[in-house]
Design a protein around this ligand. Structure first.
Ligand code: NI
Length: 298
């Protein structure tokens, strides 16, 4: 897959130079997109979830780079789908901007697919390994048309774990990945291939900046060696995927016995199914386009 084609325009937040830059590099930094008050509100909502370890029982809160064992503090805690726990985020003004940029880059049928939040705790938050987001997709039949919005909830620097991108890597196929440290009990995936260091760009950001990246752009975020936690909120948008042109192997999905998966199974058995069905129906009601996109895959 090469650059994402723009099919229709809605609000034009991005100018053509920005769209061209995104298509060329596979990522784009947008400055001063969200005001500081809103960032502080979003940060407070998400920090509360991390403080309470919200979603741990259902496997939505877990350690991205450790074995996530009971009683051990996570090295890199992640919460999957925070919107399930704080739906009020949907109504925040920045969501309209993100939505408009997604439609500009992916077309008018782009919809919000998932969200997650990653906390790098003060002084010991670990690095997020090099990966392409599409490697997390387990269906080899498709080339996924997705972009991620990476929202820093404080100034983000080389010292507290800013993002790094390998420019132009979105033009390559999905690389071979493996579980981090080649340990299938760890959730995070890492590229098995060497990353071309000459093309790596570090992206420190100010409060209110957003970075948008293509699902195949290889990226990494460093450890947090500062005295303050580093929090990021990520929104993933998708348009209907294309049938893959080449046969793909995704062997790294075959056996992943993570602790979070085990907790989720237990939670579902204990009655979590009803919650999942309720959330699913609410999502279809709120965002029918996403399910229309899913039907188009068949
Ligand atoms: Ni990623």
């Amino acid at each position: 897959m090469t650059a994402i084609a723009i099919s229709h325009r809605s609000d034009t937040i991005l100018n053509q130079t920005q769209v061209d830059s995104f298509n060329e590099s596979g990522f784009l930094k947008l400055t001063s997109i969200i005001d500081e008050v809103e960032i502080n509100q979003l940060r407070a909502k998400l920090m509360r979830l991390f403080d309470d370890k919200t979603g741990r029982e259902e496997g939505a809160y877990y350690d991205l780079v450790g074995r996530d064992e009971e009683g051990k503090e996570p090295q890199l805690p992640q919460i999957k789908d925070p919107l399930n726990f704080v739906p009020s985020i949907r109504k925040m003004p920045f969501m309209h901007i993100v939505d408009a940029v997604a439609k500009q880059l992916l077309g008018m049928n782009a919809t919000l697919a998932n969200d997650h939040a990653i906390l790098k705790p003060a002084s010991y938050g670990q690095a997020t390994p090099w990966h392409q987001d599409e490697a997390y997709r387990a269906n080899p039949k498709y080339d996924f048309q997705e972009i991620s919005f990476w929202i820093a909830l404080q100034k983000t620097t080389l010292e507290n774990g800013c993002m790094h991108y390998c420019a132009g890597s979105h033009r390559r196929p999905v690389m071979t990945h493996q579980s981090a440290n080649n340990d299938p009990r760890i959730h995070a995936l890492e590229c098995s291939n060497e990353i071309d260091g000459s093309r790596v760009v570090a992206c420190p950001v100010a409060v209110g900046d957003i970075i948008v990246h293509h699902t195949r752009t290889a990226h990494y975020a460093g450890p947090n060696i500062t005295e303050k936690p580093r929090l990021a909120y990520i929104l993933i948008y998708e348009a209907p995927p294309h049938l893959a042109k080449e046969k793909r192997e995704i062997s790294w999905h075959s056996r992943r016995p993570t602790a979070a998966e085990a907790r989720r199974r237990m939670w579902l058995i204990k009655g979590g199914f009803a919650t999942v069905i309720g959330r699913k129906l609410a999502r279809i009601w709120r965002n029918p386009q996403r399910y229309i996109n899913k039907l188009k895959r068949v």
